[in-house]
Ligand binder design. Structure first.
Ligand SMILES: Cc1cc2nc3c(=O)[nH]c(=O)nc-3n(C[C@H](O)[C@H](O)[C@H](O)COP(=O)(O)OP(=O)(O)OC[C@H]3O[C@@H](n4cnc5c(N)ncnc54)[C@H](O)[C@@H]3O)c2cc1C
Length: 487
């Protein structure tokens, strides 16, 4: 990156600024290239707590030199070719709702905002797939598919503020993942613009024996291996029925055992969520009004009515055998109706509080140990922090822990606040990894957790670094993220 380091820190007084801006405008049109201060600031803060806090304390986070708004894969390719020539970082930017600092322009460069690429291109009602550009807002995608009588079944809490590309880049997930999968299970095929500006397509079907799976290689690459410009996803008929039921267990251990039993009995719930005692007391009480001690569990099933009724009956029998209090269908339905509320004011945490979602995933054999290791680490070392958690995405073999720490009054000094924040993350995630957890389940690695990638992967990290080096010889794509080299 010698050129960029030597010449850039582009200021509008530098003639290189004018050169690069002209080249970008030739490809995109003048109206799709910006270096306005308001747009630069808007593309310098995502949902990662550190830049939010930094800005809140009156400090200026690093900003991109240019924001570009390409309207097609061809225009993205043009931008990447210019960036390679000048060796300028390019950072894909979708909705900016990522929590890991993945879209932050830490070295300046070009923020490539994907939101003009927002079209639904095809709905194939024979195969039940939808093909769309990746800058589309995920709620708009769902509405378009619903209009045709189907659903993506992708219902994340950020459905209204994130793009399809952001989910593909982070291996994101929605509330019905237990039946319909995470985004990587929903994806059939991708169009990608590689860092050197070639437009490629992965194979059109997700199951084959024609070599390793390139679709899965680009999913989760967080803008470091190129820009995903189109995706084909599975879609589903709208189910005849979707029903929920809630239980209260004496403790989290009993609720987890019931959840695991539902999954290992090979029932097919669309939702299971288990809240630990602390989150039941805090958020289930505030959002759903259930003021009881214990661990709240909700499960849901959808599909043909007869099957839903049978499966819910079998799941309820499992829960009752674990000595739970039956809270009924209404208290389950109430969870579904309020499912996004948990993540928005006034129910979520907000500045000046410091908070982080330590999400991880492990097998049923390990998940409780992961929970206790994290909780002991946070409570034992940081008495100012509260630890709460729930288990939201369930698999045949294990489940995901959505643990959070909250500090009501972090240090006023931004350097001290950032140091404390990083220390909690470091200790808690390393404790989870020791017990069989991983760095992250669906929010990604980004800037926040990149330092732990080499430890998580061991010698296998070289494989990831080799793929990165071969696809991106000038290291222009989102440098310094996901554990890869900065500039
Ligand atoms: C209130 C709230 C609730 C949330 N709930 C959920 C949830 O339920 N489930 C969940 O999974 N996440 C959730 N998140 C996190 C966030 O919404 C997701 O990570 C989402 O996938 C980010 O999408 P985005 O378009 O905002 O991506 P951005 O934040 O803009 O970017 C995220 C990363 O993806 C890269 N990127 C973006 N587009 C592309 C592309 N086309 N090609 C290549 N790389 C690209 C960026 O460079 C960056 O590294 C939540 C966030 C908030 C604020």
């Amino acid at each position: 990156m010698a050129n960029y380091e030597e010449i850039m820190m582009i200021s509008k007084d530098n003639y290189m600024y004018a050169m690069i801006r002209s080249e970008l405008a030739w490809v995109l049109g003048e109206e799709n290239v910006s270096s306005d201060d308001s747009e630069r600031l808007g593309h310098s803060i995502d949902y990662y707590w550190i830049p939010e806090m930094w800005h809140d304390r009156g400090k200026t986070p690093p900003a991109p030199d240019f924001i570009v708004h390409p309207g097609s894969a061809g225009e993205v390719a043009g931008v990447l070719q210019i960036a390679n020539k000048h060796k300028i970082p390019v950072i894909p930017w979708g909705g900016g709702s990522g929590s890991q600092g993945g879209a932050l322009p830490i070295y300046g460069g070009i923020a490539l905002d994907t939101k003009r690429m927002n079209h639904v291109l095809n709905i194939d009602v024979k195969s039940l797939t939808v093909t769309a550009e990746t800058g589309i807002n995920t709620q708009h995608l769902e509405w378009a598919v619903q209009k045709a009588g189907y659903s993506t079944m992708h219902f994340p809490a950020s459905i209204a503020c994130a793009t399809l590309g952001g989910f593909l880049a982070h291996r994101g997930t929605g509330v019905l993942s237990t039946k319909y999968g995470k985004i990587e299970d929903m994806t059939m095929a991708l169009e990608v613009v590689t860092p050197t500006g070639e437009i490629i397509n992965t194979l059109p079907v997700p199951r084959h024996a024609s070599g390793p799976d390139l679709t899965q290689m680009f999913l989760g690459s967080e803008g470091t291996l190129g820009v995903m410009t189109k995706a084909t996803l599975k879609i589903h008929p709208v189910p005849e029925a979707r029903k929920f039921h809630a239980f209260l267990f004496k403790d989290m251990h009993a609720a987890l055992a019931a959840g695991a039993k539902i999954m290992t009995s090979r029932l097919r719930p669309c939702v299971i969520r288990v809240y630990d005692e602390a989150e039941t007391a805090k958020l289930i009480k505030r959002v759903l009004g259930i003021d009881k001690k214990g661990a709240y569990l909700v499960c849901g099933f959808d599909g043909p009515l007869k099957m839903v009724e049978l499966e819910i009956q079998l799941a309820c029998a499992i829960c009752r055998r674990e000595n739970s209090e039956d809270l009924g269908a209404e208290m389950g339905q109430s969870w579904w109706d309020n499912r996004y509320k948990f993540f928005y004011p006034p129910y979520t945490f907000q500045l000046p509080q410091a908070f982080g979602t330590l999400d991880t995933v492990a097998t049923f054999a390990n998940i409780e140990n992961v929970y206790w290791a994290m909780k002991k680490t946070v409570a034992g070392n940081f008495p100012q922090a509260t630890f709460i958690g729930h288990f939201s995405h369930w698999y045949e073999w294990g489940c995901m822990l959505y643990a959070r720490f909250i500090i009501d009054a972090p240090p006023e000094d931004p350097l001290a606040a950032a140091a404390l924040y990083n220390k909690i993350w470091d200790m808690a995630i390393r404790a989870a990894i020791k017990e069989g957890g991983v760095i992250n389940e669906h929010h990604g690695v980004g800037l926040k957790l990149g330092r732990m990638m080499k430890d998580l992967y061991g010698p296998a990290f070289k494989v990831l670094a080799g793929i990165k080096a071969s696809l991106d010889p000038n290291n222009i794509m989102n440098p310094g993220k996901m554990g890869f080299e900065g500039i």
